[in-house]
Design a protein around this ligand. Structure first.
Ligand code: SDX
Length: 438
């Protein structure tokens, strides 16, 4: 039994053991906005019990000042600015500055940050040879997991996480080099030569250039595509304590170096329940193929004996529209219009969304399209193969991961993360020699 009480200035929850009648008071902490938390850190010491929350549906794992989500209302804010406003007015690098340092930059701060990032866009020449160890048909995310982790082998001068300057250089290196590595990964898998970064281009222009440029001919960046790419990057930059960010934080809590931590985030992002869903959405749309098949696939999604789920639908936090999906849908219309591309998958996706949002199964469970629902269609129109979609998510999310990592490492109370468990294995039993086992 638990009840909330007001104890002078400290709000508390009283927790009573119904068996013994003993009670303890647990402090309640308030954030700026959003639900308060019950501070259970002393629970085990006081009661001998742990909390049990395997998928973290009711657990706040840290304090953070970066990102706020109101899942009921469909609101996403970075450092207090709504995602709609940032996507409309900001650039990706400006959002990166905001996430890393806490405020929007002045024009001098922005010029310096732009220079600091641009200065680090090249990778050590030796890294080129790493790629040759991979098969050309490797999944790009497999290559990214390996190559990003391997950065620690090249930048020994920025691995001391206790040195603020080294932390900052590592953050700048990661934000600057991940697009270069992502583009190299793409080029490698299609057998084209790597393109060195061009520091006269902005972040998204340069990324498109490195992906689609060729040494044999000049490449003109399409400003509409660069703009859309920048918007996609902003929309994916950070998202509170999602699976990959929590992975980065847990890896970082052991004081592992930032390159290793970001590599762990990439690994976690790869799964189809998380960032891998953008690839899965396109594959699903191709499998559905035609509007007339939608009811059949919706039935499959609702069938608990069928592993099929509607990819790009549902979210742990949003019980309303994911605000990023709306912005992406609009950007998608613009890009397809501008390129004169007619992708029947867009119509199929819109029809799927319409029917699903009228279906009691999806309505009752508050399942709405998420960020991954429309992003694939726009990336496909830009010329990316589906296998690169999650890599693009990782390029953008690196900003969030490293900002969250930096925030955590800078906490004076940094402590290794170490969850406990509910043990359900055998109790102690005697060892039986092999010849006596049944
Ligand atoms: C991202 O967390 C973040 O912030 C992530 C992210 C970010 O920016 O970092 O926003 C990026 O990962 C977006 C999500 C991408 N994944 C997908 O689109 C995959 C499809 N979606 C689902 O697998 C699922 O909705 C999750 C993983 C997104 C959320 O899982 P939850 O919170 O554990 O929800 P759940 O599985 O408990 O679902 C609740 C109910 C269940 O039905 P019941 O058992 O209650 O009857 O809804 C059903 C689920 O079976 N359900 C779905 C469904 N999603 C949930 N049924 C059909 N199709 C779906 N997509």
């Amino acid at each position: 039994m638990a009840k909330e009480a007001q104890n002078q200035n400290q709000k508390t929850f009283t927790l009573t053991n119904d068996e013994t009648g003993e009670s303890i008071q647990l402090p309640v902490q308030d954030g700026t906005v959003g639900p308060s938390v019950i501070d259970v850190r002393k629970l085990y010491a006081q009661t001998g019990h742990f909390t049990f929350d395997p998928s973290f549906t009711a657990t706040g794992s840290c304090k953070s000042r970066l990102t706020y989500i109101d899942g009921e209302e469909g609101i996403l804010m970075h450092r207090g600015y709504t995602i709609e406003e940032l996507a409309e007015h900001s650039s990706f690098l400006e959002v990166a500055y905001l996430l890393l340092y806490g405020d929007l930059p002045s024009s001098e701060q922005m010029t310096k940050f732009d220079h600091d990032i641009t200065y680090h866009t090249m990778v050590h020449e030796q890294i080129n040879y790493f790629y040759r160890g991979f098969r050309r048909d490797a999944h790009p995310m497999a290559i990214m997991c390996g190559i990003v982790g391997a950065l620690a082998a090249f930048y020994h001068d920025s691995l001391d996480i206790h040195d603020p300057e080294q932390r900052e250089i590592s953050a700048h290196r990661l934000i600057a080099k991940i697009p270069t590595l992502a583009a190299m990964t793409y080029k490698y898998t299609i057998g084209q030569p790597f393109m060195y970064p061009r520091n006269d281009l902005n972040f998204s222009e340069n990324f498109l250039y490195m992906c689609f440029g060729l040494p044999a001919e000049p490449y003109k960046v399409n400003p509409i595509l660069a703009n859309a790419m920048d918007k996609i990057m902003i929309l994916h930059a950070d998202h509170e304590q999602n699976a990959s960010t929590s992975t980065v934080r847990l890896a970082g809590s052991s004081q592992a170096n930032p390159f290793a931590c970001i590599s762990s985030g990439i690994a976690s992002l790869w799964g189809p329940s998380h960032g891998g869903a953008n690839q899965a959405v396109l594959e699903m749309l191709d499998e559905i193929g035609d509007k007339k098949n939608i009811p059949e696939f919706l039935e499959k999604a609702k069938d608990k004996d069928d592993p099929f789920l509607l990819m790009g639908f549902g979210h742990r936090v949003y019980k309303n529209f994911d605000p990023r999906a709306g912005v992406l849908k609009k950007a998608c219309d613009e890009v397809l219009d501008d390129l004169g591309v007619h992708d029947p998958r867009l119509e199929l996706a819109m029809e799927l969304e319409r029917i699903a949002l009228e279906d009691p199964y999806f309505v009752d469970r508050k399942l709405f399209p998420n960020v991954d629902f429309y992003s694939g269609i726009i990336l496909k129109a830009m010329g990316f193969p589906t296998s690169m979609f999650t890599v693009l998510f990782a390029v953008a999310r690196t900003v969030g991961w490293i900002s969250q990592w930096k925030e955590m490492v800078e906490e004076p109370t940094l402590r290794i993360g170490r969850p406990r468990q509910l043990y359900t294995g055998p109790a102690q039993r005697p060892y039986v020699p092999m010849n006596k086992r049944k």
